[in-house]
Write a protein that binds this ligand. Structure first.
Ligand code: DOR
Ligand code: ZN
Length: 332
């Protein structure tokens, strides 16, 4: 049987939630990943030393071996002292959500200049700026492209600031990172690497593939695939796994987010294997992101085996990506 052993990966973008879903998400995330950059768009947001400490403790309660890498939400009300205190409490990154761009972002930022003084501090102390790069005021398929000038303005203004253009979904976003400054990198999700808009609306409507930024055209997916298969170190894995209860997805006002923690690593190894590039998997999931964040590589290893399994129809009221389908690789 075909198998591969790699350094156990990290997930550089995950939504673990805070409510009754936390046990499920920590369980699945820690099966495949040693560490994860944990997104702060909870209610209330993670935006203080107290909320960081409390959230970290809740996550570690469900698995003390798993290492949550904490972030905070950038809010206009924060001060330079708050930023420094949150870094001292262990935060690695601050997340910029353009107001109204996605789940729980109505308290986000209208114009990055509102928080320029906070970005100065982040740059000075070496905090990473993580960006949901979409302009919600334009047509949905063009939102990422429309936000690129703002990302380039920020990186031009703060050349030392390390910036992550999260969950890249368009050929233009890929090109902006590929041709942009060294400090500008991007995360890639499994759904944007494998699927297109047709997987949401090409046949009957599939709300479980709906996320923000929305899946796009085949040309966009091809651009994502191209940089991943080049082994370009500016692009690394961040799942953006974002569970919502089935009742909130199969709804006349369905929530955005794909739950991918239980399937992401099996799908990735399958992708690299089918492309005959399995040797590039470890860099994408275990090296490049750690290098960017200045973290040591994990010591633990994980074995992946070429053995088919059927993804359960649901996990505790949540449908994952590929629910009910067969995947040809599994965690050994
Ligand atoms: O689809 C998404 N869901 N995109 C995001 O940026 C946030 C996430 C969520 O928290 O549900
Ligand atoms: Zn996200």
């Amino acid at each position: 049987m075909k198998k591969i052993e790699i350094i156990k990966p990290d997930d550089f973008h995950v939504h673990l939630r805070q409510d009754e879903l936390l046990e499920l998400t920590v369980g699945h995330c820690s099966e495949s990943f040693c560490r994860a950059i944990v997104m702060p768009n909870t209610i209330p947001p993670i935006a203080s030393v107290e909320t960081i400490n409390e959230y970290k403790e809740k996550i570690e309660f469900f698995n003390s071996e798993f290492k949550p890498l904490m972030t905070f939400k950038l809010l206009k009300s924060l001060t330079a002292d708050d930023i420094i205190a949150m870094q001292e409490a262990g935060a690695l990154a601050g997340k910029l959500y353009p107001a109204g761009s996605t789940t729980n972002s109505s308290d986000g930022i209208k114009d990055w200049r509102e928080i320029a003084h906070l970005l100065t501090v982040m740059s000075d102390v070496g905090l990473v700026l993580s960006i949901h790069g979409e302009d919600p005021s334009v047509f949905s398929l063009d939102r990422e492209k429309a936000f690129i000038p703002q990302i380039l303005e920020i990186s031009g203004e703060f050349p030392q600031l390390k910036i992550v253009f999260e969950h890249l979904s368009s050929a233009e976003g890929i090109a902006a990172v590929e041709n942009g400054p060294e400090n500008l990198v991007g995360t890639i999700t499994v759904q944007h690497l494998l699927l297109t808009l047709d997987d949401i609306i090409g046949g009957s409507l599939n709300p479980h593939s709906f996320c923000k930024p929305v899946l796009k055209r085949p040309e966009d997916r091809d651009a994502i695939e191209r940089v991943v298969l080049k082994g370009n170190r500016k692009f690394f894995f961040g799942s953006d796994s974002a569970p919502h209860k089935i009742t909130n997805k199969e709804n006349s006002c369905g929530s955005a987010g794909c739950y991918t923690s239980p399937v992401a690593l099996p799908l990735l190894v399958d992708f690299f294997d089918k492309q005959d590039k399995i040797e590039l998997l470890e860099g994408f999931v275990s090296h490049y992101g750690a290098d960017f964040y200045g973290l040591e590589y994990n010591r633990e290893k994980i074995t992946l085996v070429k053995e088919s399994w059927k993804v359960p129809d649901e996990y505790s009221g949540v449908k994952s990506l590929y629910a009910g389908k067969t995947i040809d690789w599994k965690i050994g």
